[in-house]
Design a binder for this molecule. Structure first.
Ligand code: ADP
Ligand code: MG
Length: 724
């Protein structure tokens, strides 16, 4: 009787529910089958035994063999989460951490954020019940600031170690320390040998850092910690480096599954690889059998522009004859859209995945049979002599090219189209240089200092950073080499973190210059505006101008543009979006607002994806700033104050106009030009500050604002007075 009263069990409703249930169990069955068919499934028992026997284990296996998704589940099943302990898995890329966590939650049949969760900068889904936690390597480093023993983890898996990001390299050294300290804590009550307790100014933990350096934990901490298991995972077959670094640690190889892939080269060098990619996509689509296409591009801008080019071209053909579905994947893509890349294309459609190098090894996308590889990647590059970091588009290494082509042969024989001649392949470097050799280390040094590592040169890196010297003592260097950290006032003359600025800077999850900008803005009464700036600069591109609508786009952007430069222009966009959303939120429901917001963005040639992302980041750093007790004021229309603050914050990136219209960067002496995307491109003011250096054929600076030259000596005398 009760059943028939239940509205859910009658009529149409109950059918729907039943259907949903069958669908659900069909999907679960399919997932279980997929899991069982992964190469790694057959070695579960052996892997568990190896982890139990070895405190450090190196696992090497082909991309797609199931390392990232399965091993944490195996360990969970084997009881490594007893007593509420957590298995942590680090990834160099946020997209990988997010998509894999979602997948594993689904495989386990749990809600994301319960047993399985992820935590990346500006986005944390974990809870106290999370036992399998995916995160970025950078995030785990920050956690070590608050909990130097990483005491909640029973196992830490450093995934994609072959990528050798700076964070991975630092993490490996740190974990080596933590592991031995935790073992020793059981044996003889000693502490982490680099540690002092860190203050979190923002979370009002006790103030501890004023005292002597380096041994807070050693003296006071008598707690005992359970031993920590370390697993290093890599897709490159060379386990040797890692094994040696960890004292001849045991390594195991997991056999992958790889079908033959035919490689095709172009006859000549291609002038425009985006154009060449487009042509190749349509060639494959019209001439080759079924199977999805994966295209490797260098970043969001390229991906969005190719996405539009494809879609434009599709509209030129009669309905139905060109069934292509385009799905992008890149770091800044909102996380709810990232999973779309894994969904099969609608029946009869061919999927074209436009990806950055995250699809090389970090995420494996099923269904790919054709790979298009233009042969480029966007990389950080650092010129230590000039103390300048820039993003440049460079040729891939041979091993990257091989990984990329390998993506075509996971489910059957495939084809890879390299958009360069074979002779060029021979010229490529064998493998990519570790990032620690080619990036600005000030961020990492700040963090290591905050962790109490005093002797950075003596720190046990897997490979020593090539140019660490400028950071050690400013007196050994010519003025241009005075490191960022001294100039920003984060370090004292004897290389200690300054109080409070250095400590505050280490707390903020931002690059040191941006952290400093927020701290200064609090004093200049324009923190609210600087928070917007930092959030807007964090996302890759707010404006987009499709090739065929350049004129319209320029007119639209004019409504926001400020004669003072890009920073205020970005603030204008942000404030306009605030006005728009506030007005609508009174009139409309959530879904309608989202639609209206997208339209507003489109009409104004703004990327709604990027703007949403920036708004989200703004919200989160505001929380940090508030917790740190910074002064959350806005300068309103007093933009002079704000620009002075820009000068005080980014003085290291000041440049002055030369007679011929180029600029000379004051710190580095580099000759640069204002990027065409800047609102100051034509105006060319006498003195500017900028946030980004991009190198193509010439050196361009982006995100530029006009400042007064005299402000530099007034507001950054520590740097400019010396030079004068
Ligand atoms: P590895 O780490 O060894 O490269 P993974 O554990 O990442 O391998 O992937 C194992 C399998 O899981 C692959 O076949 C991949 O396609 C699949 N997979 C991973 N993430 C997802 C997802 N979000 N949706 C669907 N399939 C996925
Ligand atoms: Mg993996």
């Amino acid at each position: 009787a009760k059943r028939s009263n239940d509205p859910c069990s009658t009529g149409k409703f109950s059918n729907e529910k039943q259907n949903r249930q069958t669908e659900f169990s069909a999907r679960r069955q399919k997932i279980a089958q997929q899991r069982k068919s992964l190469p790694i499934a057959s070695v579960e028992k052996r892997l568990i035994e190896e982890v139990q026997k070895n405190d450090i284990l190196i696992i090497v296996g082909e991309t797609g063999s199931g390392k990232t998704t399965q091993i944490p589940q195996f360990l969970f099943g084997a009881g490594f989460c007893r007593d509420g302990k957590v298995i942590g898995i680090t990834q160099p890329r946020r997209v990988a951490a997010i998509t894999v966590a979602k997948r594993v939650a689904e495989e386990c049949g749990v809600e994301l954020g319960q047993k399985v969760g992820y935590s990346v900068r500006f986005d944390d889904t974990t809870s106290s019940s999370t036992r399998i936690k995916y995160m970025t390597d950078g995030l785990l480093l920050r956690e070590a600031l608050l909990d130097p023993y990483l005491s909640k983890y029973s196992v830490i898996i450093v995934d994609e170690a072959h990528e050798r990001t700076v964070h991975t390299d630092v993490l490996l050294a740190l974990l080596k320390n933590v592991q031995s300290a935790r073992s020793r804590s059981v044996a003889d009550d000693q502490g982490v040998n680099f540690g002092k307790k860190i203050v979190n100014a923002g979370m009002s933990l006790e103030k501890e850092y004023g005292g002597q350096s380096s041994s807070f934990l050693k003296k006071d901490n008598h707690e005992k910690y359970a031993p920590l298991k370390l697993i290093i995972m890599s897709a490159s077959l060379d386990a040797h480096t890692f094994s040696e670094y960890f004292g001849s640690a045991k390594s195991v190889h997991i056999q992958g599954r790889q079908f033959p892939v035919d490689i095709f080269y172009t006859c000549h060098l291609e002038e425009d690889y985006l154009d060449a990619s487009l042509i190749t996509i349509f060639q494959i689509h019209s001439k080759e059998g079924p199977g999805d296409i994966l295209v490797f591009l260098t970043g969001q801008e390229e991906i969005e522009s190719v996405e539009k080019l494809i879609n434009n071209r599709l509209t030129q053909f009669p309905e139905g004859s060109q069934k292509l579905q385009v799905v992008p994947i890149f770091a800044a893509l909102p996380s709810e859209q990232q999973l779309q890349v894994f969904a099969p294309a609608p029946s009869g459609f061919r999927k074209v995945i436009l990806a950055t190098n995250i699809a090389e090894t970090s995420v494996t996308i099923p269904g790919v049979k054709y790979v298009i590889d233009p042969g480029f990647v966007k990389a950080r590059s650092y010129d230590p002599g000039k103390d300048m970091e820039s993003l440049i588009i460079v040729p891939t290494s041979k091993s990257q090219a091989l990984q990329r082509s390998g993506r075509a042969g996971r489910e059957g024989p495939g084809k890879c189209f390299r958009l360069y001649p074979e002779s060029e392949f021979e010229k490529l470097e064998d493998s990519t240089k570790p990032e620690i050799k080619r990036c600005n280390l000030s961020n990492v040094i700040l963090q290591l200092k905050a962790l109490g590592v005093d002797d950075i040169l003596g720190f046990d890196f897997i490979e020593k950073p090539s140019r660490i010297l400028p950071f050690l003592n400013k007196f050994f260097q010519v003025p241009t080499n005075i490191s960022e950290l001294f100039s920003l006032g984060a370090l004292t003359d004897d290389c200690q973190l300054s109080d409070p600025v250095g400590h505050q800077m280490a707390q903020l999850p931002l690059d040191p210059v941006y952290s400093k900008a927020l701290i200064l803005a609090s004093q200049y009464n324009c923190l609210e505006d600087m928070l917007i700036t930092v959030a807007m600069l964090f996302v890759e591109s707010i404006f987009y101008a499709p090739r065929e609508k350049q004129v319209e786009a320029r007119i639209a952007i004019k409504c926001f543009s400020s004669p003072e430069g890009d920073h205020i222009t970005l603030i204008n966009v942000y404030r306009a979006s605030n006005d728009f959303l506030e007005k609508r939120s009174i009139e409309m429901g959530k879904a309608k607002i989202e639609k209206a917001f997208k339209k507003w963005c489109k009409d104004n040639f703004i990327s709604s994806r990027s703007l949403r992302h920036a708004r989200d980041i703004h919200r989160q750093i505001s929380v940090h700033a508030e917790q740190m007790g910074l002064n959350l004021a806005s300068c309103g229309d007093d933009m002079l104050q704000y620009r002075r603050c820009l000068a005080a914050s980014f003085f290291l990136n000041a440049a002055i106009k030369q007679p011929e219209g180029t600029y000379r960067a004051l710190a580095s002496g580099l000759v640069v030009q204002i990027h065409p995307s800047s609102v100051l491109f034509r105006q060319k003011p006498e003195c500017i500050i900028f946030n980004e250096l991009v190198q193509t054929n010439s050196k361009y600076v982006r995100n530029v604002s006009r400042i007064d030259y005299l402000w530099l000596t007034e507001l950054a005398p520590q740097y400019y007075a010396v030079k004068n």
